[in-house]
Design a protein around this ligand. Structure first.
Ligand SMILES: Nc1ncnc2c1ncn2[C@@H]1O[C@H](COP(=O)(O)OP(=O)(O)O)[C@@H](O)[C@H]1O
Ligand SMILES: [Mg+2]
Length: 243
């Protein structure tokens, strides 16, 4: 009978129960559990495992370079964002409304930390995301364009609820790169959320894109429904050295 139970559980993809069936049955017998408690416990565990597996899958798909969380963020060091603001972000209303977040400031102030934390928290709450450094994103856009697969590549990114573009502005872009980037941002506009981090303030974007017209067109779309967050202060990397 055990084999039949396992084979039926496999058909309905209850892998956690299959893997732990003997223990689950023994515990239920030992504890003299009612049918109701037995079924309730079994379903709770199976559902928990499934949502954990889904979260792990989405985390892997997001291509985060590493994990950082809001809990690890030291608000006594960085005053440009408040705990209250972070709680507001974690309602994800901005994500439901397809709004953007633009984090700007010098190196080391925690822009990437917050962007990664946002992805991590969003995935825990059932959303999906892709994380890209600007350089890698431009590389992949160029490759897709060269292979005549640009719209396919963009469509794949649009399937996720948000796209993080980290470190925009470190390297100036060639005009054809800026034009590809504009096409991407245009597709995301009012359809999906973008989190962008940059060491450049808005008035310096022209030099990054090598063209004021395209910079304005990109800014126009990114900023229409967006919260700009200007982060000031000293680099966290220098914290202990300066103490
Ligand atoms: N306020 C903060 N609290 C805790 N860790 C921080 C804070 N700001 C920065 N860090 C840490 O310092 C390092 C550099 O931060 P990072 O987010 O990469 O900076 P940025 O992207 O602005 O250059 C990371 O390890 C990050 O986790
Ligand atoms: Mg960074």
């Amino acid at each position: 009978m055990i084999n039949r139970i396992k084979s039926n559980l496999k058909k309905i993809r209850c892998f956690h129960t299959i893997n732990n069936l003997e223990v689950i049955l023994k515990n239920a017998t030992d504890n003299n559990e009612s049918y109701q408690t037995f079924l309730d416990d079994l379903l709770i565990r199976e559902c928990e495992m499934r949502s954990q597996r889904k979260i792990n899958f989405h985390l892997k798909q997001s291509k985060l370079p590493y994990i950082k969380t809001f809990e690890e963020f030291d608000f006594t060091y960085q005053h440009s964002v408040t705990k209250r603001q972070i709680s507001e972000w974690q309602t994800f209303a901005w994500l439901d409304n397809r709004e953007n977040k633009i984090l700007m400031g010098p190196p080391g102030v925690g822009k990437t930390h917050l962007a990664i934390s946002m992805v991590y928290a969003a995935i825990q709450n059932g959303y999906t995301a892709t994380f890209y450094s600007m350089n890698n994103l431009i590389d992949d856009l160029l490759i897709a364009n060269y292979q005549k697969k640009l719209s396919l590549f963009v469509k794949k990114l649009l399937k996720k609820d948000m796209l993080v573009i980290d470190e925009m502005g470190f390297l100036p872009l060639k005009p054809e790169h800026a034009s590809l980037f504009f096409q991407l941002i245009n597709e995301f506009y009012e359809y999906r959320s973008v989190i962008l981090t940059s060491n450049k303030l808005f008035n310096e974007w022209g030099s990054t894109f090598g063209d004021q017209v395209i910079a304005t067109a990109i800014l126009d779309r990114l900023l229409h429904h967006a919260e700009p967050i200007i982060m000031a202060g000293d680099s966290y990397r220098m914290k202990d050295k300066m103490a």
